[in-house]
Write a protein that binds this ligand. Structure first.
Ligand SMILES: O=C(O)CCC(=O)C(=O)O
Ligand SMILES: [Fe+2]
Length: 379
């Protein structure tokens, strides 16, 4: 059965000019984005990390490698400079994204993420994320989701006949290079040869683009633009809105015990400086690295009067690969923290987990319980 709200575009709800969002989008009191956000000061130890990829490519630049290490250990995400992506291309693609989302709904719906026969959700195409139940609190965003690589798997019917598609085609190799440079750097952080992670991802890994449009919301305090999640990727490369912030990350270091309860502390990711991209560590890397690198939980909050956009590129391993902690990172003192799982099974599980607001790692029970592990090792 297709849920009746699967076809409800948020942009159209927003255009209705209601004084408050409909209840489908309203978070339960305890989940609302409240005053739990801290904006980092420029020189405290929360300062937002930036890595220069050109410097990182120099094997003698230990300083830049140390910056990458520190970014991975603290935020799990960081801005990148020196990546070689032309600023004009970055600007062009964001402008084209805005133009696409401003097209009349019937134009966009020619690329709808619903099957023609039954109207059922499928990941690719334009629309809202998957709606399974009445209980699910929906995110305040619409999106266009496309398979980009392998190129042979692109599905032209989902690619709009607009500059969004032409520019995405031009941007894809630039963004892929960013992902590769970061993966090489991450291998070096652990003292491995550069191709360590790239070899495990494979040459025909999947790349998926997600263009997200967050309309202004009359009550940003009541909704999420995008609910808290970790990414279904090895790494993710993001091109963020030039003017409007909204992305927030949960800093593990900042979690405190308060009156016996874990208090969560969210930190704003600032609007990036011109020409910067953002890189986020994803779940597949957390598994492969045996948690040497952790995927940060992040979310998006909306603005009361401004629309916001992002283009996110997810890099995933070849689907037939077995995802598991690299043997080099497993020993007596640090046993495997995740079970082996096929990359495709993990990727498919993401959609089920995301609709439920759960982490794929938890939903698919990929994390090894300490107790189970001790039993398995005969401890
Ligand atoms: O829009 C953003 O800033 C982030 C989006 C995001 O986290 C995602 O698409 O996975
Ligand atoms: Fe994300």
């Amino acid at each position: 059965m297709v849920h009746q709200d699967q076809g409800q575009l948020v942009q159209e709800v927003a255009a209705g000019g209601l004084p408050a969002p409909p209840s489908r989008y309203v978070l339960r009191e305890e989940a609302r984005p409240k005053g739990d956000v801290i904006a980092p000061a420029p020189d405290d130890d929360l300062s937002f990390p930036t890595v220069d990829l050109q410097r990182l490519s120099d094997p003698d630049d230990v300083e830049e490698l140390a910056k990458l290490r520190s970014a991975l250990e603290s935020w799990g995400l960081f801005a990148v400079t020196g990546h070689g992506v032309p600023e004009s291309l970055m600007d062009g693609i964001l402008d084209a994204t805005r133009e696409f989302f401003h097209l009349p709904a019937e134009e966009k719906l020619k690329h709808a993420n619903r099957t023609e026969e039954t109207g059922e959700f499928q990941p690719e195409g334009y629309g809202v994320d998957r709606v399974d139940t009445d209980e699910q609190v929906l995110d305040w965003c619409d999106r266009l989701y496309l398979t980009v690589e392998p190129e042979s798997e692109r599905q032209p019917r989902f690619w709009p006949p607009s500059s969004v598609s032409t520019l995405l085609h031009a941007y894809a190799p630039c963004s892929a290079r960013v992902a590769r440079l970061v993966l090489r750097g991450m291998a070096r952080v652990l003292g491995f040869r550069e191709e360590f992670f790239l070899g495990r991802v494979g040459e025909n890994g999947g790349t998926y683009a997600r263009f997200t449009y967050y309309p202004p919301c009359p009550r940003p305090d009541l909704v999420y633009g995008l609910k808290p999640h970790t990414d279904n990727s090895v790494v993710t490369v993001l091109l963020l809105d030039r003017d409007v912030a909204g992305l927030q990350v949960l800093l593990k270091k900042e979690e405190e015990e308060e009156e016996g309860k874990k208090r969560q502390r969210w930190v704003d990711v600032p609007v990036l400086r011109r020409g910067e991209l953002l890189v986020v560590v994803g779940d597949e890397m957390e598994i492969m690295s045996n948690a040497a690198f952790r995927a940060p939980t992040h979310r998006v909050v909306t603005s009361g009067d401004r629309e916001r956009m992002s283009l996110v590129m997810f890099y995933q391993p070849e689907p037939h690969r077995e995802l598991k902690p690299a043997e080099e990172l497993v020993d007596e003192t640090r046993p495997a923290m995740y079970r082996e799982i096929k990359a495709k099974t993990f990727g498919d599980g993401f959609w089920d987990a995301f609709a439920l607001g759960e982490r794929t790692l938890d939903f698919l029970k990929v994390k090894i319980d300490k107790q189970d592990d001790e039993v398995a090792r005969g401890a």
